[in-house]
Write a protein that binds this ligand. Sequence first.
Ligand SMILES: [Cu+2]
Length: 394
Amino acid sequence: MAVTPHPTTGSHRSRADLESSPSTPFFAVVSLLLGLLVGVLALAALGLWVQARHAADSADRAAASVNSAPNSMPGMDMGTTANTGSAALTSYAGAAPANADALAVAHKPFPAALPAAPAGDVANVDLVLKDVTIDIAPGIKYAAWAWAGGAPGPVIHVRQGQLVHITLTNAGAIPHSVDFHAARVAPDKVFGDVMPGKSVSYTFRANDPGVFMYHCGTKPVLMHIANGMYGAIVVEPTDLPPADKNYVLVASEWYLSSDGMSKAASFDMPKAHARMADWMTFNGYAGQYVKHPLTADPGDLVRFWVVDAGPSIDTDFHIVGTVFDTAYPFGDMTPARALHGVQTVPVPAGGGGVFDVTIDEPGLYPFVSHAFAAVDQGQVGLLNVGNVKGTMSH
Ligand SMILES: [Cu+2]
């Protein structure tokens, strides 16, 4: 079949046809716009390149400042310790007096055993905030803002469905507040600042089971948490199989302005922003359960309720020499979402996790954050199964 080209859309259009086409001004406008677009894109590309160069320069400077940070660990040759710029940060990791071992033995460990939940429908919780100097490692003092008993604050245990009645008393020098992650409440109504010498109360119904962080939420929150204003609340599910042993661990890190030996250290904001912790701890004191292990009998169901208070670094929870029978990641206690037979589970800053283990063979089983810098900085303890002798570090 023969095809006759269309006089205006076919391939046989003449140059005269094109020149006289009513669409020619349209093409001119499109060409002009395309030209402008190319120019704009070229300028944008130039801008991105300049930004990238600035970012690369900043990254180089940051890397240089980290690499030039001296390290004061006694007995460690860190090579060059030249402090080449005012931005360099000084680490006090591992600082220890000569009698550190004796101090570690003498230290009274934070009670990790889960206390009993109160009977009845209402759980009353009284938190008193004080400015207090605490020990965070053998011979290392820190000027903390902490709830009564130090850092972490008291372990709170309630049963799912109980009404929790919180009273916060501020016996410190500046405003503070308390934010319970287990609560579904309007933060602007109940998490507000409490002036020195004042108290505030509020209630929430503990309907969500798990283990949750509580902390001061006053600005700068990073500083208030890092100074010790945190703790754990266990909301025990109504239908959880009972454990033989229940232990609560609150992981956190410390950013020190000095080594804390001759006088108490205080908070260092640049190091906190760089996440350059000096010490990392379970329940506020480096390695305290190495010298004073937690205990269990062979075959016990041992349940760890773990909160990571941060303020900024996660905990990769692991028990050396065993595997978690059951893990409740993020403290979600829904049985269908539990994990079984897993080795290491992250607990995020501001989050929790619950871990069940059953260990038959007597021995010393370290529990750690398997992000191993944390172990060197103190986030390690021992579970002594079967009352075996001796100690170890891992
Ligand atoms: Cu505070």
